[in-house]
Write a protein that binds this ligand. Sequence first.
Ligand SMILES: [Fe+2]
Length: 364
Amino acid sequence: MSIISGDLVSVKLDIFKSGMKIDYSIYREKNREFYLLCKDVVLTDELIERFKDLTYPHHDVYIPGAQYDNILREKNKQKNKLKRTVFKKSYEQTKQNTSKMLDRISKENSVPIEVAEELSKTMHKQIETMEISHIIQSINSVRQVDEQLHTHSVNVALLNGIIGKWLKLDKHDLAALVMIGLLHDIGKLKIPQDILNKPSKLNKAEFELMMKHPIYSSELLENSGFTDERILQGVIQHHERVNGMGYPYGLNIGSIIDFARITAISDVYETMITKKDYKGGRSPFEVLSWFAEGCYSELDFNYVMAFLESMVEELKGKRVRLSNGKAARVMFLHVSNFAYPIVELDGDIIHTSEDIKCVSIIDE
Ligand SMILES: [Fe+2]
C-alpha cells in the first residue's frame, strides 16, 4: 500500500474477489489523473477481468484510505476462517483415528506403538502449526453427554501439548506430554461399560475397580513395549493429587512427577467442560473460576497459575453466547471472578452475573 494523496491509497487489484460488496469508489490512474472504475457494486469475475485490462500491466487501483483497514480486517477474517476449517478437519480425523486405535487396543490387549506415535506426532504438529485459539475452541465446544474415550483422550493430549507450549518445554518433553494425554485412560478399556457409564454413584467395589484404571493403563503400555519412564509414570500418576488424596497410591506432593501434574490439569479441565460428570456441563469461564478458587489443594499451584494466565489471554476478545440468548464480546476477565467477565453487548459494556452469564463461546 502507498499513500497517493491525502485520501487515496494504492492497492493491488488481486485483493478484490468476486462477490465482494464495494460501497466506496475504486479508481485507476493514468497520467496522474484518477478515473472512477466502480462504486456501489458487487464485484463479479467479469468486472475484475475488465479492471485488469484497464490497469495493465501493474494492476494498481486506488481506494479511499479509510477503506484500507476494513479490507485488511476482512482479509484476515477470511484467512482465519480457512485456518479454522483446516484444523477442524484435522481434529475430526485425529479423533476417528484415535477411536480406531482404542478399538485395536481393546481387541488385541496391546498398544500399537507406531500408531500411537503417529497420532501423537500429528497432534504435536497441530499444536506447532495451528492457532491455539482454534484448538481450544474445539475442546471447549458444547457437546452432549460424551462418553467417548477417544474425544477425551485427544482433548487431553492437545491440552497437554498446549500447556507444554505455554511453558516453553522442548519438543521431546512436548511429545511425551502429548503421548501421556493420548494414552492416560486406556486402562478404562478394561473397566466394564456399565460401571464407566453408571449415572448414579459408584459403590465401594466399583469405585475401587475404577481407581485401578491408571495402573491398567501403565501395565498395557509396559506390556506393549513402552519404556519411557516419564510416559509410564505420567500415565499412572494422572489421578494423584498434591494433597496426597489422589489415587491409585495417594502419593505425596514430592513423589508426583511434573508431567502427571500437568496431565491432571488437562484431565480435570476437559472433564469439567463436558456434560458427563458435571450437571449440564460448565462454560470455560466457570471452569476457570473453579481452577482459580477451588483447586489449589489438589492441583499444582504453579502450573495452574500458568494455565490460567494463558487461558485468560485466549478468552479475551472472544464472542460469547449469553444466557439471554444474545451474542457479546469478552472485554475483560478479572482474576477474582473468572466466571463473570465484562463483555460488550450491543455497544454497551456490561458486567455479566448469575442473571446474565456467558454460557458458551461462539465459533467465528
Ligand atoms: Fe483417568
